[in-house]
Design a protein around this ligand. Structure first.
Ligand SMILES: [Zn+2]
Length: 307
């Protein structure tokens, strides 16, 4: 499942390729579970919009949209494009009358956001429109540049919707200070591994990076979160930052279906020290890495290096 580093890699890839581009037309599959807003509403919102920013909040990708015609050069397609052109012409008329009559109406559209959560196997790719269509493609956004943004998701746990003012609970592990981090675990009776996976506390950490961070911090995954000493929390805080930054630099981990916007796998899986290494020798002390289940998730640790 894509975690913070994979989602951040996708965000960066998208940001480099699509900011400033305009969404010309949208095709969505009929698979209902993928779309949290009605597909028709998603298509109506996205078509004609310009992408102004691509941000990340935890494992969510937030694509900020503005009226595609505001301040942009109008380049309407040939009449043969039919419906899309008709829609754009209507938008042009609306846009012009809005400019004349009311600036407030425009401010509403300026906060529209397209939210994508990759779920377990979701991928966002930026391709040329002639690129081969992959199986399990659920959304195709045709851009004015000739590129396409495609959403592919074999297992369909990914979600997309349109909204405004999107917010989630929790703090960003890469932006939080040590004090902010420490206070999350105070009095918590759950195992530290479960607390790290709790998206209402920390955003974006999942199974891989929780195990890797706990190993580097020398803390056993089953330790009660509230029992960790300040020094241990400081080590954990630093380990999380380190692991996430290294993983982002390596383009994330590809353990199953994760690919970046160009369809390339990440490389950080070759740097995993405990995750997926049950029964193999610890890279530090040679002890066999243990695999247990915590919070319903396969959990890996070194019984000697982690206390
Ligand atoms: Zn060890």
């Amino acid at each position: 499942m894509p975690e913070l580093p994979e989602v951040e890699t996708v965000r960066r890839g998208l940001a480099e390729r699509v900011i400033g581009d305009r969404i010309e037309s949208v095709w969505l599959s009929g698979k209902p579970q993928t779309f949290k807003s009605p597909p028709r509403e998603i298509a109506r919102t996205l078509e004609g919009a310009r992408i102004t920013a691509v941000r990340r909040m935890g494992k969510h990708i937030i694509i900020d949209l503005a009226d595609g015609l505001a301040g942009a050069n109008l380049s309407l397609g040939p009449a043969s494009r039919g419906r899309a052109t008709a829609r754009r012409s209507a938008a042009t008329r609306n846009s012009q009358s809005e400019t004349r009559n009311s600036r407030k109406t425009k401010a509403v559209t300026a906060h529209t956001q397209w939210i994508v959560h990759l779920g377990m196997t979701g991928a966002l790719q930026v391709t040329r429109s002639e690129a081969e269509l992959l199986k399990h493609t659920h959304a195709i956004l045709q851009l004015a540049s000739g590129r396409e943004i495609r959403f592919i998701d074999p297992r369909r746990f990914g979600r997309m919707w349109v909204t405004s003012g999107f917010e989630t609970a929790g703090i960003e592990p890469l932006h939080a200070g040590l004090d902010e981090f420490t206070v999350l675990f105070r009095g918590r009776k759950t195992p530290i591994k479960s607390a790290l996976l709790n998206q209402k506390l920390l955003r974006g950490l999942g199974n891989i990076y929780a195990d890797e961070s706990l190993f580097r911090a020398g803390i056993r995954p089953r330790r009660q979160a509230g029992s960790l000493k300040r020094e241990e929390l400081r080590r954990l805080y630093q380990s999380i930052q380190q692991v996430l930054k290294e993983a982002i630099a390596a383009g994330g981990s590809s353990v199953s279906d994760y690919f970046d916007v160009e369809g390339e796998p990440g490389l950080f899986q070759t740097h995993h020290r405990v995750y997926g290494r049950g029964g193999e020798p610890c890279l530090v002390c040679g002890t066999s890495i243990k695999r247990i289940v915590v919070a319903g998730r396969g959990t890996h640790y070194c019984p000697k290096c982690q206390k």
